[in-house]
Design a protein around this ligand. Structure first.
Ligand code: NAD
Ligand code: MG
Length: 398
């Protein structure tokens, strides 16, 4: 049996992972379930899965969960706080860690999993955007197995002739004959909306993604295209390449999940219905294949596939992500933190949609970049960016 620890089990990726695991009870055993503050949600999951550990990042919620579980699941050990998340990520019973916490809060437990040499199923792209050097080094140094869950990166991994990440261990993309990586993007709910109509869009409109059902933060990121900006950074780290070889292609149907272009002119793509259970099942079973519950792709129903270039005037987040990557150092940590602050303010109706990139741009200009890649440098930049971004939000009242 493979022991699974799910960081962020109550979220969209967490729930989809449990759906796949439930189809293979002979293969996977759930060792740990974790959430931030959703006591009822985690309690229900514990009753169903009876894990060895349940962790709530919020200590008060951990105490409430402990009280709720004592009479019904006394065998579950309840832990609290960031240390509890790290503890289950490196527990000896844990073989695979699904890193599906949203945002910077996922960095330390995901890093702990890599340092403990686990198979890391990486959904939490923000961890890599913040601390790519550190994280990839931890994977290499400890023999961790890194598998991408983000549908685009999972698709690219499937189209590469490689057995492991990072690609540097196989001599890099050149050695594999790869010319470019083509990262597809749906364009989100506002792909065709003119700039003038974007100022007053509501959080619910921004979260109404045409093809994917996801958590609210990544849904807003998809609407601003910051998600694709974060994914360019993610691709550079995972596949050991520079941003000039990562091209964004708008593809509104979300059927082609990404493509790899080779020097001989071949372009390989991975296609499927837009359902995260496919990349989750792929990474859980790799190098084997298991059923995921995803409906087979019916190409006759899909009928057509469209591709177009992104409009960086209406969606400046793509440019901001590329600029942060080019600046190097802690700039991508600043990009990520300021985006988290701006998105939270937008969801809280404190900031307009169009001011999300403005807050990020302001913060990148104000927080000094540090060349270092230590954890301390990353966390210091993250904290400074949150302070600067909060004041940038206040300077732009709705
Ligand atoms: P979500 O909001 O649905 O779930 C987030 C999970 O993280 C929840 O279990 C929540 O309790 C937990 N969490 C939130 N804040 C926390 C904190 N401070 N400490 C500990 N736990 C915390 O998010 P999601 O859509 O499942 O996305 C999770 C990650 O996967 C994100 O990084 C996202 O970018 C990535 N991802 C998601 C999808 C998708 O289809 N949902 C696709 C690709 C990548
Ligand atoms: Mg994605």
């Amino acid at each position: 049996m493979i022991g699974l620890a799910l960081l962020g089990s109550t979220g969209s990726i967490g729930v989809n992972t449990l759906d796949v695991a439930a189809r293979h009870p002979d293969r996977f055993e759930v060792v740990a379930l974790t959430a931030n503050r959703d006591v009822d949600g985690l309690k229900t999951q514990c009753e169903r899965w009876r894990p060895r550990y349940a962790v709530m990042a919020d200590e008060d919620c951990a105490a409430a969960l402990d009280t709720a579980l004592r009479p019904i699941c006394p065998e579950v050990t309840v832990l609290g706080g960031a240390s509890g998340l790290e503890e289950v990520a490196r527990a000896p019973e844990t073989d695979y860690v699904m890193a599906a916490i949203v945002g910077a809060a996922g960095l330390l437990p995901t890093l702990a999993a890599a340092r403990a040499g686990k198979r890391v199923l990486l959904a939490n792209k923000e961890a890599l955007v913040m601390a790519g050097t550190l994280f990839m080094e931890a994977v290499r140094a400890n023999g961790a197995e890194l598998l991408p869950i983000d549908s685009e990166h999972n698709a690219i991994f499937q189209c590469l002739p490689t057995q492991c990440l990072p690609i540097s261990s196989r001599g890099g993309l050149d050695h594999l004959g790869v010319r470019r990586i083509l990262l597809t993007a749906s364009g989100g709910p506002f792909r065709t909306r003119p700039l003038s109509a974007l100022r007053h869009v509501s959080p619910d409109e921004a979260c109404a993604h045409p093809n994917w059902v996801m958590g609210r933060k990544i849904s807003v990121d998809s609407a601003t295209l910051m998600n694709k900006g974060l994914e360019i950074v993610e691709a550079c780290w995972l596949f050991d390449t520079g941003p000039d070889r990562v091209v964004v292609v708008l593809h509104p149907q979300s059927i082609v999940h990404s493509l790899v272009e080779y020097t001989d002119g071949s372009v390989l793509a991975e296609l499927g219905n837009p359902d995260m259970r496919t990349p989750i099942a792929h990474a859980l079973a790799w190098p084997e294949r298991i059923a995921s519950g995803v409906a087979p792709l019916d190409l006759f129903t899909v009928a057509r596939l469209d591709f177009e270039p992104p409009d960086v005037t209406r969606f400046p987040c793509l440019r901001l992500a590329r600029e942060a990557l080019a600046a190097g150092g802690t700039a991508t940590a600043v990009l990520n933190a300021s985006n988290e602050v701006a998105v939270a303010a937008f969801l809280d109706r404190q900031l307009s949609f169009l001011d999300i990139p403005a807050v990020v741009e302001d913060t990148l200009a104000r927080v000094p970049n540090h060349a270092g890649s230590s954890l301390e440098a990353v966390l210091t930049a993250d904290a400074a960016a949150r302070i600067a971004a909060t004041s940038a939000v206040r300077a732009r009242p709705l």
